[in-house]
Design a protein around this ligand. Structure first.
Ligand code: G6P
Length: 605
């Protein structure tokens, strides 16, 4: 959340800063700004709203300078106005910040001589640095003294007037990466995606590091001992092809359509027993599993709980990361924890993982970004191979998470010897049908596009599911809310009568997920309850389910999905809900890839 860029080069940087911000726009898009340093003077442009507004301003009058910083903002402290946009600038420094300074109020009070220009927490850092520089500290000493006063999480990129060749990056609780480009050009970014095309290799700063990028050379210090430290450099994978929409109107639709290939690529990594872990004994004897995540990743964890308990006979608790560590969970020393985060940078999930590690519990992380902070902090990495996801609403990374979790469940069940060799082989065979099943399910695209206009005036939608389809109902409702701004609730179908049925009238669409499985008849009773109150039922089922409906089919709108093994139904039934949300949103004309108020990666607690 909030994207940071910085460049130190030998040619003007202002348009490259904008290009870097463009690629980070998914991290926040309510305002943006850049600043450069040239002949010991700062040049700065900031604009409210999408990056395009800043681009217009910069094109009118480009900024001079071969060193600069930029920021795309997701507002926390202070409204998204140009004035609150970064970079913030003082007498001696200009800086951009990602994260939250928790003690900013106290620091503001301590700086009572200063006239603040913005309502942000970030501005205090500018004035602290300025105050130390005024007192004669050099830039290194000023940074050290300032960092000691800050509490919270932050990544910073800083320019100093008195050190015109130096770009400084600070990483504490929010990610920051250094990129090494051609001809000694150096980059800083909160996500390497910003500059991957310009960089040959990168260094991920560790928590507590800060770095000086000066004249093609990088020196990294650690907060703890203030001594230079050595951090490894890794080559950059080619991500260029992942950054365009191709023939698609939106990244979200492209990413939905990529799912068969993503699942093929992901499952290919987990074909055999022990694909996951050398820690066979640990997973064999584990007494319970805590799954912790946020947003869509949390719903993936909720689906996995059904699988772990039913197939691997393992007790699972699933928590929202922002609740987990504050509820003082009673963790047993022979249990394990699994943190799910596509970005691997979600602040609440990272904090939960740190807390659990401190408790001495073995931690695994399921991530899509192998170099992410979460991946670097856990004992074991499970990875999805979904490629870059740019649409803010997660689609392909969710189904990839489910595919990995399903494979992992089969492995854990085998290690725990709770399923036979035949059962194991049959589940694995099912899993490998998945890409084909998803391809077939995507053929519903046209019929769901035709359904979308019916949601034009709808104020609320209910999604119902049972068993492992219940979290899919939650995820379906979240997708619709996120991108179409229609209020939607997911419910366990059996819970309908305990409250939400009061919402049902002849205007509310009730989406029912009903594969023909052991719970099919139960869910039909819930459909009858809705129909008795004149609700509009949209019923997703398979061919057997459709045949079993009898005359009920005349009173509801039925959509038939390919017949899937019940183990895989949660993944298959996710697809029409993604497509429906997408087409409702495009019909309503919302900003599908960058819905209002959201950000792809939420790096504040
Ligand atoms: C944000 C995104 C959601 C995402 C959630 C968790 O809220 O808008 O789409 O599910 O963060 O993200 P993570 O990267 O931890 O999976």
């Amino acid at each position: 959340m909030c994207g940071i860029v910085g460049i130190n080069g030998s040619t003007d940087v202002c348009f490259d800063l904008l290009a870097g911000l463009k690629r980070l726009e998914y991290r926040g898009y309510d305002s943006a700004g850049i600043a450069t340093l040239c002949n010991k003077a700062f040049f700065r442009k900031r604009a409210e709203g999408k990056l395009i507004n800043l681009e217009r301003k910069v094109k009118e009058r480009p900024l001079p300078g071969t060193i600069g910083i930029g920021h795309t903002r997701w507002a926390t402290h202070g409204e998204p106005t140009a004035n609150n946009a970064h970079p913030h600038q003082g007498k001696h420094v200009a800086l951009v910040h990602n994260g939250i300074i928790e003690n900013h109020e106290a620091l503001r009070e301590s700086l009572n001589q200063v006239v603040f220009q913005s309502e942000t927490d970030s501005e205090v850092i500018v004035h602290l640095l300025d105050a130390y520089l005024d007192r004669g500290y050099d830039s290194i000493a000023a940074i050290r003294a300032t960092l000691q006063q800050l509490r919270g999480s932050y990544a910073l990129a800083i320019l100093f007037k008195n050190a015109p060749d130096t770009l400084v990056g600070v990483c504490s609780g929010s990610p920051l990466v250094i990129g090494y480009g051609k001809e000694g050009r150096l980059f800083l970014a909160s996500d390497i995606f910003a500059f991957a095309n310009y960089c040959e290799s990168v260094t991920y700063l560790e928590d507590g590091d800060w770095a000086e990028l000066e004249n093609s050379a990088v020196t990294i210090y650690s907060h703890k001992n203030a001594c230079p430290v050595v951090r490894s450099r890794t080559p950059v994978a080619d991500v260029a092809h992942q950054t365009t929409k191709g023939a698609y109107r939106h990244f979200m639709l492209k990413e939905i359509m990529e799912q068969p290939q993503v699942l093929k690529d992901t499952l290919a990594k987990y074909t055999s027993l022990c694909s996951f872990t050398a820690q066979a004994d640990l997973w064999k004897n584990v007494s319970g599993l805590s799954i912790v995540a946020c947003g869509t990743s949390f719903y993936a964890g909720c689906v996995a709980r059904y699988w772990f308990e039913k197939i691997a006979r393992l007790m699972v608790a699933v928590d929202i990361a922002s609740e987990y560590r504050y509820r003082h969970p009673a963790l047993s020393s022979d249990s394990c924890a699994l943190f799910i985060s596509q970005s691997g940078e979600t602040a609440d999930t990272l904090a939960a993982a740190r807390f659990t590690k401190k408790e001495g519990i073995y931690c695994a992380g399921l991530v899509n970004v192998a170099e992410s902070s979460l991946a670097r902090g856990v004992d074991q990495i499970l990875q999805t191979y979904a490629g870059l996801e740019i649409g803010v609403a997660s689609t392909k990374t969710f189904t990839a998470q489910l595919a990995v979790l399903a494979s992992f469940v089969v492995e854990v069940a085998s290690l725990r010897e709770v399923i036979s060799m035949e059962e194991q082989a049959s589940l694995r065979k099912d899993l490998h049908m998945l890409p084909h099943l998803i391809e077939e399910t995507l053929e519903m695209q046209e019929s769901l596009q035709k359904l979308a206009p019916r949601f034009e005036r709808v104020k609320a939608v209910l999604y119902l599911g049972r068993g492992a389809l219940y979290p899919v109902a939650l995820e379906g409702a979240l997708k619709l809310k996120e991108i179409s701004y229609i209020h939607a609730e997911g419910y366990a179908a059996g819970e309908l009568k305990h409250g939400p049925i009061a919402l049902v009238d002849n205007k509310i669409p009730v989406i029912v997920l009903a594969p023909h499985d052991a719970l099919f008849e139960k869910i039909l009773s819930n459909v009858q309850e809705v129909l008795a109150r004149k609700g509009q039922v949209i019923f997703f089922t398979d061919s057997d389910g459709a045949s079993a409906l009898g005359t009920l089919a005349e009173r509801i709108r039925v959509y038939v999905l390919p017949k899937a093994p019940s183990f895989l139904a949660p993944i298959v039934y996710t697809i029409p809900l993604q497509l429906l949300a997408y087409y409702v949103a495009t019909f309503k004309g919302t900003d599908v890839d960058q819905p209002r108020n959201l950000a792809k990666s939420v790096t504040v607690e």
